[in-house]
Design a protein around this ligand. Structure first.
Ligand SMILES: Cc1cc2nc3c(=O)[nH]c(=O)nc-3n(C[C@H](O)[C@H](O)[C@H](O)COP(=O)(O)O)c2cc1C
Length: 187
């Protein structure tokens, strides 16, 4: 069987997953990106694992999942998260929770995803997902604007029925659109 590492156009994609009800969709995103021939590594926040298991993400990406900086098992001298950040061709964060956006905007490196986001020089694509009021809150608007000004790309959120029972803008963009934009950014 062909491994993504043997496909000349294969790129390394870090898939950041945060604690949103839409986190289960990260499984399909990982699967589609892998089928497109890319080497996908999931980086999950501590809360993301309440929504989708690292086992699912490891199985679909066929790579170990980075959840906790203190549990890095890579054997080399370089910390695993820095090695991943250096290798990345794209950091895709899908879904990005409101608190994830806030931490990214402030540059916190107190979890694996924050540390990777600061360390990488790869382009960043962020797909937020949250309650519509959270998305429209001035704090989130400000955080999103700061991230955009730094060159981070966004996709969504889109309008529709939200898991919290409201209708509005806050749904994760369609998985196919996220995959398509990710592939375009690394083409
Ligand atoms: C059932 C449930 C669903 C949630 N969905 C979302 C969501 O879609 N977006 C969001 O920003 N927060 C959501 N939250 C709140 C986040 O999980 C919470 O803010 C958490 O601290 C995010 O952590 P993280 O950004 O480190 O992953 C949800 C919480 C619960 C209990």
């Amino acid at each position: 069987m062909t491994s993504p590492r043997h496909i000349p156009s294969a790129k390394t994609i870090l898939l950041g997953v945060s604690g949103s009800i839409a986190a289960y969709k990260a499984a399909e995103i990982a699967s589609l990106l892998r089928k497109a021939g890319h080497d996908v590594h999931a980086v999950m926040t501590r809360r993301a694992v309440d929504f989708i298991t690292p086992l699912t993400m490891a199985t679909l990406t066929r790579n170990p999942v980075l959840c906790d900086l203190s549990e890095e098992k890579e054997g080399g001298w370089k910390p695993g998260h820095i090695e991943l950040a250096d290798r990345a061709d794209l950091l895709l964060i899908a879904p990005a929770s409101a608190s994830c956006l806030a931490r990214l905007a402030c540059g916190f490196a107190d979890d694996a995803l924050g540390a990777v986001a600061l360390a990488t020089r790869a382009p960043v694509l962020i797909a937020p997902a949250m309650n519509g009021n959270m998305w429209k809150h001035p704090a989130t608007v400000e955080n999103t604007e700061r991230l955009r000004l730094r060159g981070n790309e966004f996709i969504g959120p889109v309008e529709g029925m939200l898991a919290c029972g409201y209708e509005g803008t806050g749904r994760l963009a369609e998985v196919a659109d996220i995959v398509e934009k990710s592939c375009r950014m690394i083409a």
